[in-house]
Design a protein. Sequence first.
Length: 197
Amino acid sequence: MKLDIKQLKSEFESELNTQNWFKNIGNHSLDTDKNFAPFCVKFAKFEQLSKLLKSNEWSDIDLDIFAEICCFSDQILRQYSLTDELAGAAREILSVKKDHLIQDIRAHDLPAETYDYSVLPIVLRAFQEYGIRKICPNFRIDFNTNLLKILNLGYLPCGWKHNAPKLRQAYNPITFVGDSVRQRDKFSYGDGVLYVY
């Protein structure tokens, strides 16, 4: 199935509530279970923001989810360039809004890296998840889609802290790639805590 990227962009853009982004930052009084499910959330302090945004764990969770998206696209859908096409379209969506978003980030005294380390990767990956879900409604990766919901509520997802590490099986280079993908430990929301400001 071939996606109509132009139509997909239009549909996705209508789900971006950018005028509400950052409106609730620092407001930690709401019921976290209701607003932030399926995440286990910990509220960040302003002083922690820059460190959390640039942390390895925040970058690593993005890379882990991206690897899952690519794996699904390449091995299950057999559409090898799909993730690149979707990433390009997401960048187009954000390029129109970038200046305004950076002004909002500055107006709220958020760290300069907020756009590059949070907003851009969340929207880019959420669009990839959205596009793949149009082809395969059973696609279950929704990590960034859920982060986007938090952005739309006016909060800033800004970090990730893994729980105690799980024991992993040793790498076996002889194992068939398809089998290793099916057997690999998949992401679970219970694997860590999302930091939100």
